[in-house]
Write a protein that binds this ligand. Sequence first.
Ligand SMILES: *Cc1c(COP(=O)(O)O)cnc(C)c1O
Length: 421
Amino acid sequence: MSHSVIEKPLARANAPFDVVALREEFPVLSREVHGKPLVYLDNAATSQTPRQVIEVFGDYYSRYNANIHRGLHTLADEATAAFEGARHRVKAFLNAEDARQVIFTRGTTEAINLVAQSWGRSQLAAGDEVLISMLEHHSNIVPWQLLAAERGFTIKVIPVDSQGALDMTAYRALLSERTKLVAVNHVSNALGTINPVKEMATLAHQYGALILIDGAQAAPHLKVDVQAIDADFYAFSGHKVYGPTGVGVLYGKKSLLDAMPPWQGGGEMIKTVSFDLGTTYAEIPHKFEAGTPAIAEVIALGRAIEWMESVGVGAIGAWEGVLLDHATQAVSQIEGLRILGTAPHKAGVLSFVVEGAHSQDIGLLIDQLGVAIRTGHHCAQPLLHHFGVDATCRASFAAYNTLEEVDSFIEALQRVIGMVR
Ligand SMILES: *Cc1c(COP(=O)(O)O)cnc(C)c1O
């Protein structure tokens, strides 16, 4: 596989953070929308993709497209090596103990459903409790509701304070011997709140409960260390870390994954299949990877992580902090604008509503000025209802955004507000 792009390290030997140079690596950022330069501030929904990641697809399909693990020919060996190379890269990215604890899924949603359907279905029963939080994305609510309807356990919700931070006193009070699982996000996609997941894990473990962390919004912004957190399960998506759609990761503690029953059945996840003797299952990670995976996407995810690490995850987070502070200060000057989510620890997300202006209208009109923000419930309806709104506008930042873009966004926002009020 020496000819594959994945082998060539990205050249950026500890260069200082240079957002102008970095932007050049993202082809889409030079396009126009409605005749205006694109200002892309919808990164919490999906981040844009650098050329080095896009190239993986051309390279894979023009050089070594083959099904993995089963082949005994050169292309299959090369594809398998690149695929498993990506697994090792994710292992290092999360500081997992062992690459076998990295399960490739379609995304965060599928990773959480895997835990619910495999671990949850075999472990949870009436009388048990699962704690989730008011901050959760629907993908960390609905899988538990579906399973609760079947298994009869109870879901309890950790409340948030007026700033959008989790109420840790309430969390402590909700924990009990009945708690079997705490399922929370590391960073809220709707408000940007960074949750104290390490402390939450310690508390959960004192009651013998497990903790599943939805890291979809953390992996793009923070250095994640699953061992330091002592996470039992950790999930994230490729398309929010400068990688492709259709791929994500579930990390799990080895003892848990080993003991969990398979979820989906099919090829790749078996040891032997027999009509008479029954079927035996493969070891992790393959036990949870039935069928042909998204091979090119997995390899591209490995490349995206390599790209992030070449820039520096810490440097990315620090730059986004600068952008967030600048944007927060500027929008605070706008009359009738209310920021939702003012917790002391926040990552890259600015959610707000404007008195006398529908969020939907702001989103549509600001798009006409080339600015992409998200409006709506951000897959967190319970949270928005808690704050008494149906929708917000959300600007969210990535490594390649600039202070000038934030200024363009503010200017556009003021124009739009003037138009709709
Ligand atoms: C985006 C997101 C998800 C869902 O991720 P998918 O890639 O759509 O599966 C879950 N949780 C949070 C916090 C998210 O931001």
